[in-house]
Design a protein around this ligand. Structure first.
Ligand code: NDP
Length: 481
């Protein structure tokens, strides 16, 4: 049944757990119920989850306050705390607090993005050649469902940015520095939404899940809250939590936040530095790429495999807009003007990284879409045939590409992403550590993601996955890792 209450959802889970531990169940069916996210929580995962729940909000606060009170030095507050020259309470007390103005700005922002997402069906795919938008299908869920999505992210991004520029140029309803001027008060608002949406999704999973067969209850409340229970929570037919919160309001805001930083530099110093332009341009390419390929995004791990919990809900509302934009914030406090060779090196690293990232993702997408009837690097692709079962018992076939970038390493898209991330950081010069937080974080995120994904693929494809890893032995860097 598509709809079940929480009790029925747990019963479905129990049935599957029983199946997976029943000695008589076939190896294939055992495999089939294991390939989503974890069913049981080990101690390491539990400690990590509780640690993240407790500390992640403070990490965001720390970085933002380090800029606000310590000119973006991340060591200075620690030194002062260590020497007893300040206390955590006094840092906290100096932080600008919640304001109703910021609440108004944020409410309008989120409401506008909901409106664009829900009420303006995509028309851009009718006019822009090559762009895939409108109603698209996602990947098969572990329970065997295929969801439909309204892909209109590019349109939302274009409308939002057209309005932003129209305001800056003609209407002057608000200052282009509005975001950075309310940056810390807005942090409280984003946290309120992040916690509200994660808590709502958690309760919803028990009371009225969208598809109970795709719910996962591990028995550990912290893990369930953080990693999510429902796979694709929805309100009504179209308001998909994952698609909305992953892409908008956070990623649409990313480029606006950077533009706001640029406007602030202009206001404070009377000019914009080449480093700020580089950060704006490189990150805008990444954001635009995301929306241009939103239909492809339906086939990525976030949508295909992750459940919706605090990790995605709070992460998209708070972590992403605050920590992915640290470079621009840093450049407001430290307007670095790069030498031409430095700027060119950063630009080249960013563009080469982007090329590898995009081409790798494109090769897999093309290969999967055409079911192997395509050319990659001018040749017919080679691949490994795999089979797997979904929890409804259905047997499915799949293919793992072994040519092109996918023959060089198993996750060269992550390598390209990391090169781009390093370029954003290097655009800020070498004066402080703070802008380099992003590359450290992305390395941890993508290496962990790679290991997590491979574990899942190994459970899903069994011996076929082993054949693939024998054929392509390295993960990110050939010969190294
Ligand atoms: P991938 O797009 O690499 O998807 C991994 C999935 O692809 C696997 O689970 C498997 O799924 C399938 N697959 C694996 N190997 C092969 C192969 N050889 N041939 C065909 N299919 C294969 O990973 P992500 O979804 O994590 O990432 C998508 C992009 O998003 C990446 O470029 C990443 O860098 C970026 N990203 C950026 C983040 C950010 O915060 N900036 C965060 C996360 C990702 P199946 O079960 O279908 O076989």
């Amino acid at each position: 049944p598509a709809q079940m209450n929480g009790g029925a959802a747990m019963e479905a889970t129990r049935r599957r757990n029983k199946l997976s531990t029943n000695g008589q169940a076939s190896e294939e069916s055992e495999q089939s119920v294991q390939w989503g996210r974890a069913w049981e929580v080990d101690w390491f995962s539990l400690i990590s989850v509780i640690g993240l729940l407790c500390f992640a909000p403070f990490i965001v606060f720390y970085f933002v306050m380090a800029c606000d009170q310590y000119q973006c030095s991340i060591s200075q507050p620690l030194i002062e705390l260590f020497r007893g020259e300040t206390t955590l309470l006094s840092i906290w007390a100096q932080a600008p607090s919640f304001t109703w103005t910021s609440a108004k700005i944020y409410s309008i922002w989120v409401a506008f993005q909901v409106f664009l997402y829900m009420c303006v069906p995509d028309v851009t795919h009718k006019f822009i050649p090559g762009y895939v938008g409108g109603v698209q299908e996602g990947a098969r869920t572990p329970a065997g469902l295929i969801n439909k999505y309204e892909i209109n992210g590019l349109q939302c991004w274009l409308i939002t940015h057209a309005l932003w520029f129209a305001n800056a140029q003609y209407f002057h309803w608000f200052s282009p520095t509005i975001i950075v001027d309310n940056w810390i008060p807005l942090l409280w608002c984003t946290n309120i939404l992040g916690y509200a949406v994660s808590t709502f999704a958690f309760i919803k999973a028990y009371l009225f899940p969208t598809n109970a067969e795709d719910c996962k209850f591990t028995g550990n409340v912290f893990y369930n809250y953080m990693m999510g229970i429902e796979f694709n929570p929805r309100i009504g037919k179209w308001f998909d939590f994952k698609l909305f919160f992953n892409g908008r309001p956070g990623i649409v805001a990313w480029t606006l936040i950077n533009l706001s930083y640029m406007a602030k530099q202009q206001q404070l110093y009377g000019h914009v530095t080449n480093s700020m332009i580089l950060v704006n341009v490189l990150q805008a390419i990444y954001v635009l790429d995301f929306f241009w390929n939103e239909a492809w995004y339906l086939k990525t791990i976030d949508i295909c495999h992750d459940h919706f919990g605090w990790y995605l809900g709070w992460g998209d509302c708070v972590w992403l807009p605050y920590l992915y934009t640290l470079q621009g914030l840093y450049l407001v406090y430290h307007p670095v003007q790069l030498s031409t060779p430095h700027a060119l090196a950063v630009l080249s690293l960013g563009l080469v990284g982007y090329y590898i990232f995009r081409s790798t993702n494109h090769q897999k997408d093309l290969f999967r879409r055409t079911e192997g009837s395509c050319k990659i690097w001018g040749r017919k692709p080679t691949y490994i045939e795999c089979s797997y079962r979904s929890s409804d018992g259905g047997l499915h076939r799949s293919k793992l590409l072994t040519t092109g970038f996918w023959g060089v390493a198993r996750h060269l898209n992550y390598t390209g992403d990391l090169m781009g991330s390093l370029a954003y950081c290097a655009a800020c010069g070498f004066g402080h550590l703070l802008p380099y937080f992003y590359i450290v974080y992305m390395t941890i995120l993508l290496v962990h993601r790679c290991v997590r994904d491979e574990h899942r693929c190994s459970s899903k494809y069994g011996k076929d996955w082993k054949r693939y890893t024998d054929a392509v032995p390295y993960r990110l860097i050939p010969g190294v890792f």
